[in-house]
Design a protein around this ligand. Structure first.
Ligand code: GLY
Length: 375
C-alpha cells in the first residue's frame, strides 16, 4: 500500500531513514552473525540453528530492496550460507524453518532469482513437511522425546514456506499439509473470544488431544500476546494462499481480540490475562508483528475494513516509533525497546529483540509502498 496522506508519507519516510541509518551502523559490528536480543545495547549472537536467525538477514534484504546496498546484500547472502550447516545437519532442526528460510532464502530467490536459495528453501520445506503427523493432522513443533505430540500457535507463520513450495514445484502435497495443520489450529487453538492457546499436546499415535500447555503464556487459559500476533498474521497468510474464508474469519477474530486488549499509549502486556504483578511487563514485538499482519489483512477485506486495519496498524507503529524507538541512543543496537521473549522463563524481558525490529521495519516498508511479501 502507498499512503495517500502526505504527513503520514513523510513520517514513514523519516522512520525508514532512521531504520536504514541504524542498521547500516550496526551491521558493521554485527556482520555475518545471528543477533537475537540486545543486552546492554549489544545484540547477542546465537548458534546457527536458533529459530530467529532469519530475521537479521531478512531486515538486510528489506533495506537492500529499497536502496540496493551491496554491502548489506553480501551480509544477508553470507548469513543464508551459514544457515546451510543446520539445514544439512537436519537432526537439530525444529518446525521454525519457515521463520528461518523465508526472510532469507525465499527473499533472496524472489529478489534476485538465486537458484541455490530456491533449493535451500525447498529443502527446508521438505523438512517441515516431514514433521507432519498424519493421525493428528498437525506439524510437530520441537524435538524433545516428550514433545513428539506438541503443536504450537507460532507454526502458523511457518506455513507460507509450504504454500510457496507447492507453487514452485507444482506438487500440491506441501499445500495439503499446510491446510491440514491450519485446520487443526483453527479447531484446537482459537477460542471463541479470539484469544489463542500456545501449545496443544496430542497423542502422536492416535491424534487425540491430550492437554493444553501454557508455554510462553501465563497459563493454559491465558492469552500470550505474541501468540495472538502469530495467529493474526499467520491466518491472514493462510487465507492469501488458499482463499479459505474460515482463515480470514480467524484472522479478523484474533485481530479484534488483540486490539480490544491494548491500553492507550502502551505496547501490549506480555500476556493479556497476566496477573497484576506482571501485567505491566510489555512485549513490543507482539505489537510490531500485529501491525505488519494487519497491513496484510487490509489487502483481503472490504474497503471499509481495510481503512480500519490500516489505521490500527499505523497507530501501533507510531506508538512504537515515538515511545519505543531507539533512534536517540547510538549505543543501542536494537531498533525497538521492550520486547519480551519468554516471561515465564525470564528469558530476555523488555529488551530489543530481532523479530520485533524485523516486523517493525517490514511494516514501515509496506507503508512506503513495498508490495513484495517474502512470506
Ligand atoms: N516462536 C517463539 C516465540 O514467538 O517466541
Amino acid at each position: 500500500m502507498k499512503l495517500q496522506n502526505e504527513t503520514l508519507n513523510r513520517w514513514a519516510d523519516e522512520i525508514w531513514d532512521k531504520i536504514v541509518n541504524k542498521v547500516s551502523q550496526t551491521s558493521q559490528r554485527i556482520g555475518v552473525s545471528f543477533p537475537y536480543a540486545s543486552v546492554n545495547g549489544t545484540y547477542t549472537d546465537e548458534d546457527a540453528d536458533w529459530w530467529t536467525n532469519g530475521f537479521w538477514p531478512g531486515l538486510l534484504w528489506l533495506i537492500y530492496q529499497h536502496n540496493g546496498n551491496e554491502r548489506l546484500k553480501s551480509i544477508a547472502a553470507a548469513c543464508e550460507e551459514k544457515l546451510d550447516e543446520p539445514l544439512h545437519a537436519f537432526t537439530g532442526l525444529h518446525h521454525d524453518v519457515g521463520f528461518m528460510w523465508t526472510p532469507t532464502a525465499i527473499a533472496h530467490y524472489k529478489l534476485l532469482g538465486s537458484e541455490a536459495s530456491k533449493r535451500r528453501a525447498l529443502t527446508a520445506a521438505s523438512h517441515l513437511a516431514g514433521r507432519y503427523n498424519a493421525k493428528g493432522k498437525f506439524i510437530r513443533a520441537w524435538n524433545q522425546e516428550e514433545r513428539v505430540g506438541w503443536a504450537i500457535i507460532d507454526c502458523m507463520m511457518n506455513l507460507p514456506l509450504l504454500y510457496w513450495a507447492s507453487e514452485i514445484t507444482g506438487d500440491p502435497r506441501f499445500h495439503h499439509i499446510a491446510v491440514e495443520h491450519a485446520n487443526t489450529t483453527l479447531r484446537e487453538f482459537i477460542r471463541p473470544d479470539g484469544s489463542v492457546r500456545h501449545i496443544v499436546h496430542f497423542d502422536p499415535e492416535t491424534g487425540e488431544r491430550i492437554s493444553v500447555i501454557s508455554g510462553q503464556g501465563y497459563s493454559e487459559d491465558s492469552a500470550w500476546a505474541r501468540g495472538t500476533s502469530w495467529a493474526i498474521y499467520g491466518f491472514t497468510l493462510s487465507y492469501r494462499y488458499t482463499k479459505d474464508i474460515r482463515y480470514l474469519a480467524a484472522a479478523k477474530q484474533t485481530a479484534a481480540y488483540f486490539l480490544s486488549q491494548l491500553q492507550p499509549g502502551q505496547a501490549p502486556s506480555w500476556d493479556f490475562r497476566a496477573p497484576a504483578d506482571s501485567k505491566a511487563i510489555q512485549d513490543s514485538s507482539a505489537a510490531a508483528c500485529t501491525a505488519s499482519g494487519l497491513l496484510e489483512l487490509a489487502k483481503h477485506v472490504t474497503e471499509e475494513e481495510a481503512v480500519f486495519y490500516e489505521q490500527k496498524a499505523i497507530e501501533i507503529l507510531q506508538l512504537l516509533d515515538q515511545y519505543y524507538g531507539t533512534w536517540d541512543d547510538s549505543n543501542e543496537e536494537g531498533l525497538i525497546r521492550r520486547a519480551t521473549a519468554n516471561y515465564p522463563k525470564k528469558h530476555f524481558v523488555e529488551v530489543p529483540i530481532i523479530y520485533g525490529d524485523y516486523y517493525f521495519a517490514e511494516a514501515i516498508s509496506k507503508l512506503r509502498g513495498n508490495e513484495l511479501s517474502y512470506w
